[in-house]
Ligand binder design. Sequence first.
Ligand SMILES: Cc1cc2nc3c(=O)[nH]c(=O)nc-3n(C[C@H](O)[C@H](O)[C@H](O)COP(=O)(O)O)c2cc1C
Length: 341
Amino acid sequence: MSSNHEVNLTTNYLGLKLRSPLVASAGPLCKDIDHIRRMEDAGVSAIVLHSLFEEQIEMESEDLDRSLEAGSQSYAESLTYLPEMGAYNMGPDAYLNHLRKAKEAVTVPVIASLNGNSMGGWIRYARMMEDAGADGLELNVYDLPTDPDFTGAQIEADCINLVKHVVKSVHIPVAVKIGPFFSSIPNMVRRFSDAGAKGVVLFNRFYQPDFDLQTLEVVPDLLLSNSSELLLRLHWTAICYGKVHCDLAITGGVHSAFDVLKSMMAGARVAMMTSVMLRRGIGFVTEIERELKAWMQENEYDSIQQMQGSMSYQSVPNTSAFERGNYMRVLSSYALKSRVM
Ligand SMILES: Cc1cc2nc3c(=O)[nH]c(=O)nc-3n(C[C@H](O)[C@H](O)[C@H](O)COP(=O)(O)O)c2cc1C
């Protein structure tokens, strides 16, 4: 094989054939049609739009007006915690218009993202997104439990139930974007898959606000990721690969061609990016694709599909024993440096 042979970057995700595994994850760049066009020009093979949050929908809805007028104090109070999101997100009509415009502007698939708050809301807006032309739907189930009476089993059952209902309500493929804090990630991924999800996106980042000691206020602190965050995703993707029917996508810490290669070898169908584009510009995606091809040529890979799952745990017969062994090896591999003694 010559070192500059043609390599095939195509991958399949949610039943969509993509020209490469480089996908734009939900984020601020997807809010602007010009940025969306530029992402396609730079080589991004699919675009996940930023999330529509149900609270914004509710704020616009008559139901809410009515409940506020009726003096629904706790709900009214909870709304005071919601930020002025006009600068980041849009209400439902503007979101659906944006989705339509995005579909007109690019030829790559456009996946809409929804963060609901009630079953009715998830289903209603999922359908509207489908009608507006979305090629797929990503359910962003970012919801941190704060009530000690609410058990892990209840949270899991709610999430699965939600996916089942949304999947039944639309014809487009549905992916679920989850955080890393379920007790058993492989069990949850399998149950999402059994509930009809065509993909699971690992993982949303947990945004941890900081305390301002001057003002004694809780302040939002959104730091962009770096490649070290990829390791958690690689680990769980490699464990889940081959044990579930749905596609796996990695989001979080993809910053280079190496990160994309590792994601593929762990078993992901696509490697999603936001932070790297925010930090280095949309054009950097072209550079990542160029390096991806060059590495594959140098290392005699013909296609992305050939490497997907090659470093997964699929061929490890006793994954738990393997994990324990690795854990012990990692702990004992740490060499103490004399200067700290
Ligand atoms: C400013 C910003 C806004 C984001 N908005 C959304 C969103 O609306 N919906 C969502 O599911 N993820 C959102 N994300 C998360 C990203 O899609 C992505 O999962 C996360 O940043 C990890 O990927 P990265 O390491 O490539 O940044 C946002 C991330 C950033 C940095």
